[in-house]
Design a protein around this ligand. Structure first.
Ligand SMILES: *Cc1c(COP(=O)(O)O)cnc(C)c1O
Length: 484
Protein backbone atom coordinates (compact mmCIF):
# COMPACT_ATOMS: atom_id res chain seq x y z
CA UNK A 1 0.00 0.00 0.00
CA UNK A 2 1.23 3.47 -0.89
CA UNK A 3 0.05 6.82 0.48
CA UNK A 4 -0.36 10.29 -1.00
CA UNK A 5 -1.07 13.76 0.31
CA UNK A 6 -4.58 15.22 0.15
CA UNK A 7 -2.98 18.36 -1.32
CA UNK A 8 -0.98 16.59 -4.00
CA UNK A 9 2.52 17.33 -2.65
CA UNK A 10 3.71 13.73 -2.31
CA UNK A 11 2.75 10.25 -3.42
CA UNK A 12 4.20 6.76 -3.36
CA UNK A 13 4.86 7.06 0.38
CA UNK A 14 5.11 3.79 2.33
CA UNK A 15 3.17 3.01 5.52
CA UNK A 16 6.21 3.48 7.76
CA UNK A 17 7.10 6.73 6.01
CA UNK A 18 3.51 7.95 6.39
CA UNK A 19 3.49 7.09 10.09
CA UNK A 20 6.79 8.88 10.71
CA UNK A 21 5.83 11.87 8.54
CA UNK A 22 2.51 12.51 10.27
CA UNK A 23 1.65 15.54 8.17
CA UNK A 24 2.65 15.84 4.49
CA UNK A 25 5.33 18.41 3.52
CA UNK A 26 2.54 20.43 1.82
CA UNK A 27 0.60 20.34 5.12
CA UNK A 28 -1.87 17.92 3.54
CA UNK A 29 -2.82 14.65 5.23
CA UNK A 30 -1.67 11.26 4.05
CA UNK A 31 -4.32 8.94 2.61
CA UNK A 32 -4.07 5.48 1.02
CA UNK A 33 -3.77 5.67 -2.77
CA UNK A 34 -6.59 3.14 -2.99
CA UNK A 35 -8.96 1.66 -0.42
CA UNK A 36 -8.76 -2.15 -0.19
CA UNK A 37 -12.07 -4.01 -0.38
CA UNK A 38 -12.91 -7.18 1.46
CA UNK A 39 -14.80 -10.05 -0.21
CA UNK A 40 -17.86 -11.76 1.28
CA UNK A 41 -15.84 -14.89 2.01
CA UNK A 42 -13.17 -12.87 3.82
CA UNK A 43 -15.87 -11.15 5.86
CA UNK A 44 -17.28 -14.55 6.79
CA UNK A 45 -13.83 -15.69 7.91
CA UNK A 46 -13.18 -12.48 9.89
CA UNK A 47 -16.45 -12.83 11.75
CA UNK A 48 -15.10 -15.47 14.11
CA UNK A 49 -11.83 -13.71 14.96
CA UNK A 50 -10.82 -12.31 18.34
CA UNK A 51 -10.20 -8.55 18.39
CA UNK A 52 -6.42 -8.71 18.08
CA UNK A 53 -6.62 -11.26 15.25
CA UNK A 54 -9.08 -9.02 13.42
CA UNK A 55 -6.79 -6.03 13.99
CA UNK A 56 -3.96 -8.01 12.41
CA UNK A 57 -6.08 -8.78 9.31
CA UNK A 58 -7.38 -5.23 8.82
CA UNK A 59 -4.06 -3.46 9.41
CA UNK A 60 -2.24 -5.97 7.17
CA UNK A 61 -4.17 -4.58 4.20
CA UNK A 62 -2.52 -1.20 4.75
CA UNK A 63 1.07 -2.29 5.47
CA UNK A 64 3.64 -3.92 3.19
CA UNK A 65 5.19 -7.06 4.63
CA UNK A 66 8.68 -5.92 3.58
CA UNK A 67 8.31 -3.04 6.03
CA UNK A 68 6.73 -4.86 8.93
CA UNK A 69 6.61 -8.63 8.94
CA UNK A 70 3.50 -10.65 9.81
CA UNK A 71 5.26 -11.84 12.95
CA UNK A 72 6.11 -8.30 14.06
CA UNK A 73 2.60 -7.01 13.38
CA UNK A 74 0.99 -9.91 15.22
CA UNK A 75 3.22 -9.31 18.23
CA UNK A 76 2.43 -5.61 18.14
CA UNK A 77 -1.36 -5.93 18.17
CA UNK A 78 -1.23 -8.70 20.74
CA UNK A 79 0.75 -6.46 23.11
CA UNK A 80 -1.42 -3.43 22.45
CA UNK A 81 -4.73 -5.12 23.20
CA UNK A 82 -3.49 -7.19 26.13
CA UNK A 83 -3.50 -3.90 28.08
CA UNK A 84 -7.33 -3.73 27.89
CA UNK A 85 -9.45 -4.68 30.89
CA UNK A 86 -12.15 -6.43 28.81
CA UNK A 87 -11.32 -9.76 27.17
CA UNK A 88 -13.40 -8.64 24.16
CA UNK A 89 -11.32 -5.41 24.06
CA UNK A 90 -14.27 -3.41 22.61
CA UNK A 91 -17.47 -5.22 23.72
CA UNK A 92 -20.91 -4.41 22.28
CA UNK A 93 -23.69 -4.09 24.86
CA UNK A 94 -27.38 -3.79 24.23
CA UNK A 95 -29.18 -0.92 25.87
CA UNK A 96 -32.27 -2.35 27.49
CA UNK A 97 -33.49 -4.49 24.57
CA UNK A 98 -33.83 -1.43 22.34
CA UNK A 99 -32.41 -0.81 18.88
CA UNK A 100 -29.56 1.03 20.53
CA UNK A 101 -26.29 -0.71 21.31
CA UNK A 102 -23.13 0.71 22.79
CA UNK A 103 -19.71 -0.15 21.44
CA UNK A 104 -17.62 0.23 24.58
CA UNK A 105 -14.26 1.60 23.54
CA UNK A 106 -13.06 2.71 26.97
CA UNK A 107 -11.56 -0.42 28.51
CA UNK A 108 -7.95 0.62 27.83
CA UNK A 109 -5.46 2.14 30.29
CA UNK A 110 -6.82 5.74 30.18
CA UNK A 111 -10.56 4.95 29.97
CA UNK A 112 -11.14 6.57 26.54
CA UNK A 113 -11.27 5.17 23.01
CA UNK A 114 -7.99 6.83 22.03
CA UNK A 115 -6.18 3.90 23.68
CA UNK A 116 -7.32 1.57 20.88
CA UNK A 117 -5.12 3.48 18.44
CA UNK A 118 -2.42 4.82 20.75
CA UNK A 119 -1.51 1.54 22.43
CA UNK A 120 -0.86 0.39 18.88
CA UNK A 121 0.96 3.54 17.74
CA UNK A 122 3.26 3.72 20.79
CA UNK A 123 4.48 0.19 20.09
CA UNK A 124 4.67 0.88 16.36
CA UNK A 125 6.99 3.86 16.91
CA UNK A 126 9.25 1.74 19.09
CA UNK A 127 9.36 -1.07 16.55
CA UNK A 128 10.16 1.33 13.69
CA UNK A 129 12.99 2.93 15.69
CA UNK A 130 14.37 -0.49 16.65
CA UNK A 131 14.37 -1.64 13.04
CA UNK A 132 16.32 1.47 12.08
CA UNK A 133 19.15 0.27 14.28
CA UNK A 134 18.19 1.54 17.72
CA UNK A 135 20.24 4.76 17.54
CA UNK A 136 17.37 6.97 16.42
CA UNK A 137 15.00 8.76 18.71
CA UNK A 138 11.65 10.40 18.21
CA UNK A 139 10.02 13.46 19.75
CA UNK A 140 6.29 13.08 19.98
CA UNK A 141 4.40 16.34 19.74
CA UNK A 142 0.66 16.26 20.21
CA UNK A 143 -2.29 18.54 20.93
CA UNK A 144 -5.14 17.35 23.05
CA UNK A 145 -8.61 18.46 24.04
CA UNK A 146 -8.30 16.01 26.92
CA UNK A 147 -8.12 12.34 25.99
CA UNK A 148 -5.46 12.04 23.29
CA UNK A 149 -2.84 13.42 25.66
CA UNK A 150 -3.12 10.83 28.40
CA UNK A 151 -3.58 8.08 25.86
CA UNK A 152 -0.44 9.08 23.94
CA UNK A 153 1.50 9.42 27.18
CA UNK A 154 0.36 5.97 28.30
CA UNK A 155 1.47 4.57 24.93
CA UNK A 156 5.06 5.86 25.20
CA UNK A 157 5.86 6.56 28.87
CA UNK A 158 9.15 5.16 30.03
CA UNK A 159 10.29 4.31 26.49
CA UNK A 160 13.90 5.38 26.18
CA UNK A 161 13.92 6.32 22.52
CA UNK A 162 10.81 8.51 22.66
CA UNK A 163 10.31 11.95 24.22
CA UNK A 164 6.69 13.07 24.54
CA UNK A 165 5.35 16.67 24.58
CA UNK A 166 1.60 17.18 24.90
CA UNK A 167 -0.13 20.58 24.60
CA UNK A 168 -3.54 21.11 26.18
CA UNK A 169 -5.71 24.17 26.80
CA UNK A 170 -5.40 25.24 30.44
CA UNK A 171 -8.69 24.98 32.38
CA UNK A 172 -10.53 23.48 29.41
CA UNK A 173 -10.12 19.76 30.18
CA UNK A 174 -11.77 17.93 33.06
CA UNK A 175 -9.67 17.80 36.25
CA UNK A 176 -9.26 14.05 35.92
CA UNK A 177 -8.17 14.36 32.31
CA UNK A 178 -5.52 16.87 33.37
CA UNK A 179 -4.40 14.68 36.26
CA UNK A 180 -3.95 11.74 33.88
CA UNK A 181 -1.37 13.79 31.98
CA UNK A 182 0.15 16.00 34.64
CA UNK A 183 0.87 13.41 37.33
CA UNK A 184 2.94 11.07 35.18
CA UNK A 185 6.46 10.80 36.61
CA UNK A 186 8.39 9.32 33.71
CA UNK A 187 11.10 11.81 32.67
CA UNK A 188 10.30 11.40 28.95
CA UNK A 189 6.80 12.86 29.47
CA UNK A 190 6.09 16.62 29.34
CA UNK A 191 2.52 17.86 29.81
CA UNK A 192 2.16 21.51 28.79
CA UNK A 193 -0.86 23.66 29.67
CA UNK A 194 -1.23 26.61 27.31
CA UNK A 195 -2.58 29.65 29.14
CA UNK A 196 -5.74 31.18 27.70
CA UNK A 197 -5.74 28.70 24.82
CA UNK A 198 -8.41 26.48 23.37
CA UNK A 199 -7.79 23.16 21.63
CA UNK A 200 -7.59 24.74 18.18
CA UNK A 201 -4.66 26.92 19.32
CA UNK A 202 -2.83 23.79 20.48
CA UNK A 203 -3.53 22.03 17.20
CA UNK A 204 -2.40 25.06 15.22
CA UNK A 205 0.90 25.24 17.11
CA UNK A 206 1.51 21.54 16.51
CA UNK A 207 0.87 21.98 12.79
CA UNK A 208 3.11 25.08 12.69
CA UNK A 209 6.00 23.23 14.36
CA UNK A 210 5.57 20.28 12.00
CA UNK A 211 5.71 22.72 9.08
CA UNK A 212 9.02 24.17 10.41
CA UNK A 213 11.39 21.80 8.59
CA UNK A 214 14.47 22.71 10.63
CA UNK A 215 12.79 22.32 13.97
CA UNK A 216 11.11 19.15 12.87
CA UNK A 217 14.32 17.50 11.65
CA UNK A 218 16.42 18.75 14.56
CA UNK A 219 14.04 17.03 17.01
CA UNK A 220 12.81 14.14 14.83
CA UNK A 221 9.19 15.11 15.42
CA UNK A 222 6.48 12.46 15.35
CA UNK A 223 2.71 12.97 15.37
CA UNK A 224 0.24 11.27 17.66
CA UNK A 225 -2.83 13.24 16.68
CA UNK A 226 -5.26 11.66 14.30
CA UNK A 227 -3.46 13.42 11.46
CA UNK A 228 -1.31 10.28 11.83
CA UNK A 229 -2.64 7.59 9.52
CA UNK A 230 -1.80 4.80 11.98
CA UNK A 231 -4.48 6.12 14.32
CA UNK A 232 -7.17 5.90 11.68
CA UNK A 233 -6.18 2.45 10.54
CA UNK A 234 -6.32 1.04 14.07
CA UNK A 235 -9.79 2.51 14.56
CA UNK A 236 -11.20 0.88 11.43
CA UNK A 237 -10.99 -2.46 13.25
CA UNK A 238 -13.77 -1.94 15.79
CA UNK A 239 -16.38 -1.04 13.18
CA UNK A 240 -15.95 -4.51 11.68
CA UNK A 241 -15.80 -6.05 15.13
CA UNK A 242 -19.12 -4.44 16.14
CA UNK A 243 -20.89 -5.20 12.84
CA UNK A 244 -19.96 -8.88 13.23
CA UNK A 245 -21.78 -8.99 16.57
CA UNK A 246 -25.17 -7.90 15.21
CA UNK A 247 -27.82 -9.66 13.12
CA UNK A 248 -28.25 -6.86 10.56
CA UNK A 249 -25.94 -4.13 9.22
CA UNK A 250 -25.95 -1.43 11.93
CA UNK A 251 -25.92 2.34 11.70
CA UNK A 252 -23.07 3.88 13.67
CA UNK A 253 -23.46 7.07 15.66
CA UNK A 254 -20.11 8.68 16.37
CA UNK A 255 -19.36 11.49 18.85
CA UNK A 256 -17.12 13.70 16.76
CA UNK A 257 -14.43 16.31 17.32
CA UNK A 258 -11.41 15.99 15.05
CA UNK A 259 -13.35 13.66 12.73
CA UNK A 260 -10.85 10.81 13.12
CA UNK A 261 -13.20 8.26 14.59
CA UNK A 262 -16.08 8.70 12.14
CA UNK A 263 -13.58 8.82 9.27
CA UNK A 264 -12.30 5.39 10.33
CA UNK A 265 -15.92 4.24 10.13
CA UNK A 266 -16.16 5.66 6.62
CA UNK A 267 -13.06 3.72 5.52
CA UNK A 268 -14.54 0.59 7.11
CA UNK A 269 -17.74 0.96 5.07
CA UNK A 270 -15.75 1.59 1.88
CA UNK A 271 -13.88 -1.63 2.57
CA UNK A 272 -17.13 -3.56 2.83
CA UNK A 273 -18.03 -3.43 6.52
CA UNK A 274 -21.78 -4.10 6.91
CA UNK A 275 -23.31 -0.71 7.71
CA UNK A 276 -26.61 1.06 7.13
CA UNK A 277 -25.56 4.60 7.98
CA UNK A 278 -22.95 6.84 9.59
CA UNK A 279 -24.09 9.58 11.95
CA UNK A 280 -21.85 12.44 13.01
CA UNK A 281 -22.74 13.69 16.49
CA UNK A 282 -21.31 17.04 17.56
CA UNK A 283 -21.86 19.11 20.68
CA UNK A 284 -22.59 22.85 20.50
CA UNK A 285 -19.40 23.22 18.46
CA UNK A 286 -21.27 22.33 15.31
CA UNK A 287 -19.09 23.29 12.33
CA UNK A 288 -19.57 19.78 10.92
CA UNK A 289 -23.33 19.66 11.44
CA UNK A 290 -23.56 23.02 9.66
CA UNK A 291 -21.46 21.71 6.78
CA UNK A 292 -23.65 18.68 6.22
CA UNK A 293 -26.76 20.89 6.29
CA UNK A 294 -25.50 23.71 4.06
CA UNK A 295 -22.33 22.70 2.19
CA UNK A 296 -20.43 25.59 3.76
CA UNK A 297 -17.56 24.75 6.09
CA UNK A 298 -17.09 27.82 8.21
CA UNK A 299 -15.05 28.37 11.31
CA UNK A 300 -17.05 30.28 13.95
CA UNK A 301 -15.50 33.70 14.56
CA UNK A 302 -15.76 33.30 18.33
CA UNK A 303 -13.83 30.00 18.45
CA UNK A 304 -14.90 26.89 20.34
CA UNK A 305 -17.37 27.17 23.20
CA UNK A 306 -16.69 25.11 26.32
CA UNK A 307 -19.25 22.30 26.76
CA UNK A 308 -19.88 19.32 29.02
CA UNK A 309 -18.15 17.16 26.39
CA UNK A 310 -14.71 18.86 26.28
CA UNK A 311 -13.01 16.29 24.05
CA UNK A 312 -15.28 17.49 21.26
CA UNK A 313 -14.71 21.23 21.86
CA UNK A 314 -13.02 21.65 18.51
CA UNK A 315 -13.93 23.96 15.70
CA UNK A 316 -11.48 22.83 13.04
CA UNK A 317 -11.62 19.08 12.46
CA UNK A 318 -8.27 18.01 11.00
CA UNK A 319 -9.47 14.75 9.52
CA UNK A 320 -12.31 16.39 7.70
CA UNK A 321 -9.71 17.22 5.03
CA UNK A 322 -9.33 13.50 4.26
CA UNK A 323 -13.10 13.22 3.81
CA UNK A 324 -13.20 16.31 1.58
CA UNK A 325 -10.44 14.77 -0.54
CA UNK A 326 -12.35 11.52 -1.00
CA UNK A 327 -15.68 13.28 -1.62
CA UNK A 328 -14.00 15.28 -4.38
CA UNK A 329 -13.23 11.99 -6.15
CA UNK A 330 -9.64 11.92 -4.78
CA UNK A 331 -8.89 15.23 -6.48
CA UNK A 332 -5.93 16.82 -4.67
CA UNK A 333 -6.28 20.08 -6.66
CA UNK A 334 -9.87 20.59 -5.50
CA UNK A 335 -8.96 19.64 -1.94
CA UNK A 336 -5.92 21.96 -1.86
CA UNK A 337 -8.01 24.83 -3.19
CA UNK A 338 -10.79 24.35 -0.64
CA UNK A 339 -8.32 24.06 2.23
CA UNK A 340 -6.51 27.21 1.04
CA UNK A 341 -9.86 29.04 1.03
CA UNK A 342 -10.48 27.80 4.52
CA UNK A 343 -7.05 28.82 5.78
CA UNK A 344 -7.25 32.26 4.15
CA UNK A 345 -10.87 33.22 4.69
CA UNK A 346 -12.05 30.92 7.49
CA UNK A 347 -14.54 29.13 5.27
CA UNK A 348 -15.07 27.21 2.05
CA UNK A 349 -18.16 26.45 0.00
CA UNK A 350 -18.16 22.88 -1.28
CA UNK A 351 -18.95 22.34 -4.96
CA UNK A 352 -22.48 20.89 -5.17
CA UNK A 353 -21.46 17.32 -6.19
CA UNK A 354 -19.01 17.15 -3.26
CA UNK A 355 -21.69 18.18 -0.80
CA UNK A 356 -24.19 15.71 -2.29
CA UNK A 357 -21.67 12.92 -1.97
CA UNK A 358 -20.82 13.86 1.61
CA UNK A 359 -24.50 13.76 2.55
CA UNK A 360 -24.92 10.40 0.89
CA UNK A 361 -22.22 9.03 3.19
CA UNK A 362 -23.09 10.71 6.49
CA UNK A 363 -25.75 12.64 8.39
CA UNK A 364 -24.99 14.97 11.27
CA UNK A 365 -26.73 16.43 14.30
CA UNK A 366 -25.52 18.71 17.06
CA UNK A 367 -26.51 18.19 20.67
CA UNK A 368 -26.79 21.04 23.17
CA UNK A 369 -26.17 21.09 26.90
CA UNK A 370 -29.74 20.21 27.77
CA UNK A 371 -29.68 17.31 25.30
CA UNK A 372 -26.53 15.90 26.91
CA UNK A 373 -27.87 16.15 30.46
CA UNK A 374 -31.30 14.75 29.62
CA UNK A 375 -29.84 11.83 27.68
CA UNK A 376 -27.54 10.85 30.55
CA UNK A 377 -30.46 11.08 32.98
CA UNK A 378 -32.97 9.22 30.78
CA UNK A 379 -30.64 6.36 29.95
CA UNK A 380 -29.61 6.03 33.58
CA UNK A 381 -33.26 5.91 34.59
CA UNK A 382 -34.50 3.57 31.87
CA UNK A 383 -31.54 1.23 31.49
CA UNK A 384 -29.42 1.73 34.60
CA UNK A 385 -26.46 2.59 32.36
CA UNK A 386 -24.24 5.63 32.96
CA UNK A 387 -23.20 7.40 29.76
CA UNK A 388 -20.32 9.84 29.65
CA UNK A 389 -21.25 13.23 28.13
CA UNK A 390 -19.56 12.47 24.77
CA UNK A 391 -21.35 9.17 24.37
CA UNK A 392 -24.56 10.95 25.35
CA UNK A 393 -24.13 13.19 22.27
CA UNK A 394 -23.94 10.08 20.11
CA UNK A 395 -27.02 8.51 21.67
CA UNK A 396 -29.04 11.72 21.38
CA UNK A 397 -28.00 12.27 17.75
CA UNK A 398 -29.00 8.67 16.96
CA UNK A 399 -32.45 9.21 18.46
CA UNK A 400 -32.84 12.52 16.56
CA UNK A 401 -31.81 11.01 13.22
CA UNK A 402 -33.28 7.51 13.49
CA UNK A 403 -36.11 8.24 11.03
CA UNK A 404 -33.46 8.68 8.33
CA UNK A 405 -32.27 5.09 8.88
CA UNK A 406 -33.75 1.79 7.72
CA UNK A 407 -36.33 0.98 10.42
CA UNK A 408 -34.94 -2.46 11.23
CA UNK A 409 -31.29 -1.39 11.46
CA UNK A 410 -29.66 -1.75 14.86
CA UNK A 411 -27.93 1.44 15.99
CA UNK A 412 -24.44 1.26 17.43
CA UNK A 413 -23.38 4.30 19.43
CA UNK A 414 -19.66 4.54 20.01
CA UNK A 415 -19.09 4.79 23.76
CA UNK A 416 -15.94 6.89 23.68
CA UNK A 417 -15.09 7.38 27.33
CA UNK A 418 -15.83 5.99 30.77
CA UNK A 419 -18.26 8.18 32.69
CA UNK A 420 -15.85 8.40 35.64
CA UNK A 421 -13.67 10.79 33.60
CA UNK A 422 -16.49 13.35 33.72
CA UNK A 423 -18.05 13.10 37.17
CA UNK A 424 -19.27 16.72 37.23
CA UNK A 425 -21.41 16.30 34.14
CA UNK A 426 -22.82 13.00 35.39
CA UNK A 427 -23.64 14.50 38.79
CA UNK A 428 -25.45 17.41 37.14
CA UNK A 429 -27.41 15.03 34.95
CA UNK A 430 -28.58 12.46 37.50
CA UNK A 431 -28.61 14.57 40.67
CA UNK A 432 -26.62 14.17 43.90
CA UNK A 433 -28.61 11.24 45.32
CA UNK A 434 -28.31 9.01 42.28
CA UNK A 435 -24.72 10.11 41.75
CA UNK A 436 -23.77 8.95 45.24
CA UNK A 437 -24.80 5.40 44.27
CA UNK A 438 -22.68 5.24 41.10
CA UNK A 439 -19.44 3.43 41.93
CA UNK A 440 -16.38 5.65 41.27
CA UNK A 441 -13.36 4.37 39.39
CA UNK A 442 -10.57 4.16 41.98
CA UNK A 443 -7.77 4.17 39.34
CA UNK A 444 -8.92 7.66 38.30
CA UNK A 445 -9.90 9.08 41.69
CA UNK A 446 -6.49 8.48 43.31
CA UNK A 447 -4.74 10.53 40.60
CA UNK A 448 -6.24 13.72 42.00
CA UNK A 449 -4.16 13.36 45.16
CA UNK A 450 -0.82 13.14 43.33
CA UNK A 451 1.43 16.16 42.67
CA UNK A 452 1.00 17.81 39.26
CA UNK A 453 4.26 18.20 37.30
CA UNK A 454 2.94 20.01 34.22
CA UNK A 455 4.43 23.18 32.73
CA UNK A 456 2.35 26.27 31.94
CA UNK A 457 3.40 28.19 28.83
CA UNK A 458 2.10 31.16 26.89
CA UNK A 459 -0.21 30.40 23.98
CA UNK A 460 2.48 30.86 21.30
CA UNK A 461 4.39 28.65 18.92
CA UNK A 462 7.67 30.36 19.89
CA UNK A 463 7.18 29.63 23.58
CA UNK A 464 6.53 25.97 22.82
CA UNK A 465 9.43 25.74 20.42
CA UNK A 466 11.87 27.27 22.92
CA UNK A 467 10.64 24.97 25.69
CA UNK A 468 11.06 21.86 23.55
CA UNK A 469 14.55 22.87 22.40
CA UNK A 470 15.64 23.63 25.96
CA UNK A 471 14.14 20.44 27.36
CA UNK A 472 15.70 18.29 24.64
CA UNK A 473 19.12 19.83 25.29
CA UNK A 474 18.77 19.08 29.01
CA UNK A 475 17.54 15.53 28.37
CA UNK A 476 20.41 14.82 25.96
CA UNK A 477 22.91 16.11 28.52
CA UNK A 478 21.35 13.94 31.24
CA UNK A 479 21.36 10.85 29.06
CA UNK A 480 25.02 11.41 28.23
CA UNK A 481 25.83 11.76 31.92
CA UNK A 482 23.97 8.55 32.69
CA UNK A 483 26.00 6.69 30.07
CA UNK A 484 29.36 7.81 31.45
C1 LIG B 1 -11.36 12.28 21.06
C2 LIG B 1 -12.72 12.08 21.57
C3 LIG B 1 -13.85 12.32 20.75
C4 LIG B 1 -13.73 12.84 19.35
O1 LIG B 1 -13.11 11.92 18.46
P1 LIG B 1 -12.51 12.43 17.08
O2 LIG B 1 -11.83 11.26 16.49
O3 LIG B 1 -11.57 13.53 17.42
O4 LIG B 1 -13.66 12.91 16.26
C5 LIG B 1 -15.08 12.06 21.30
N1 LIG B 1 -15.23 11.61 22.56
C6 LIG B 1 -14.18 11.38 23.36
C7 LIG B 1 -14.43 10.89 24.74
C8 LIG B 1 -12.90 11.60 22.90
O5 LIG B 1 -11.84 11.36 23.69
Amino acid sequence: MRYRSTRGGVRGVSFVEAVMMGLGPDRGLLVPESIPTVSASTLARWKGLAFDELAFEVISLYVDREEISAEELRELVRGAYATFRSKDVTPVVELDRSRVHLLELFHGPTFAFKDVALQFLGRLFELILKKKGGEDHLTILGATSGDTGSSAIEGVRGRDSVECFILYPQNRTSKIQEAQMATVEDPNVHAIALAGAEFDDCQKIVKALFADAQFRDRNALGAVNSINWARIVAQIVYYFYAAFRLEAPPAFSVPTGNFGDVLAGWYATRMGCPCSGLLVATNANDILARFFASGTYERPAAGAVPTLAPSMDICVSSNFERFVFHCSGDDADVCARLMADFENAGSFIAPEPLHVRARAYMRAASVDRDGILRTIRDVHESAGYVLDPHTACGVKAALDLKDDLPSDAPIVCLACAHHAKFPDAVRQAVGDDHFAKIPPEPKLQTLLDLPFRNTVLANSATAVKDFIDATMARRRANKKLNKI
